[in-house]
Design a protein around this ligand. Sequence first.
Ligand SMILES: [Cu+2]
Length: 115
Amino acid sequence: MIILKHILVIAAILIAELTLGTGTVAAQEADVRVVIKDHKFVPAEITVPAGKKIKLIVENQDATAEEFESYELNREKVVPAKGQITIFVGPLSAGRYSFFGDFHKDTAKGVLIVQ
Ligand SMILES: [Cu+2]
């Protein structure tokens, strides 16, 4: 993806996080964690409840940066080497929402299963 698009997406997410007040404890929130290891998502399938805001923590255990990206979820965020990021999505309707690592597309694939 092009750099300008990345900057716009990151800016939009930052504004959304500021507006929504990241860090507030929402009763209707579900927390899930996924790890990036050897350029793969572990687990590759994550099941979350429908109709709830999802706090997705992405931890990168690799020595290289990765980018969490999902067209379905409209999210794109760099995960630094040995670092972690938090992504908020939802509330979502039931279905499958695929995501991938944009820097290692061949191996880093996953799906958020909402039910
Ligand atoms: Cu990208």
